[in-house]
Design a protein around this ligand. Structure first.
Ligand SMILES: Cc1cc2nc3c(=O)[nH]c(=O)nc-3n(C[C@H](O)[C@H](O)[C@H](O)COP(=O)(O)O)c2cc1C
Length: 133
């Protein structure tokens, strides 16, 4: 099986109190499909990394497109991986502040960024994106 990844951005239409429900729902489904990754929320934006079988990612992305809890979905990057970067995270979730989200955005745009300290999730997200090139 080829291991695929997809990173998309979207605009949340929900409030922060609805986030645990998404995390719970995602964990449950993702364990079933062995989808792993990370969902980051902040600065009125979601960025989610999904890794797993290409078909499973496609199926989930179709569901995500019609999920009313966010809108304006855009695929930022997708491709094939040699190994999982989030092997134990059926869906890691982390809230970040505006500055941190801007760092992630910059990494996605391909700008070089300074090493960030602090949040593990942020480091993992930016490290992952940098390695993708
Ligand atoms: C930002 C965001 C991220 C989501 N991430 C996932 C995910 O990783 N896995 C998942 O199964 N559902 C995720 N969902 C929920 C799906 O859109 C959908 O509601 C859910 O998969 C439907 O589950 P069901 O088929 O069990 O009813 C996410 C929703 C939002 C708004």
């Amino acid at each position: 099986m080829e291991l695929a990844y997809l990173i998309y951005k979207s605009t949340p239409t929900l409030t922060e109190k609805d986030l645990p429900e998404i995390a719970e729902q995602s964990k449950h489904n993702n364990i079933d499909k062995w989808l792993t990754g990370l969902l980051v929320y902040g600065n009125n934006e979601f960025i989610q990394v999904l890794e797993g079988a290409e078909n499973d990612i496609k199926t989930l992305y179709q569901k995500l497109l019609s999920d009313k809890r966010h809108t304006n979905l855009k695929v930022v990057k997708k491709g094939i991986l040699e190994r999982r970067y989030f092997p134990t995270w059926s869906m890691g979730f982390h809230s970040v502040n505006k500055e941190e989200m801007e760092l992630i955005d910059k990494a996605l745009e391909g700008h070089s960024i300074e090493p960030v300290s602090g949040y593990l999730a942020l480091e993992m997200m930016t490290g992952f994106i940098k390695r993708l090139g």
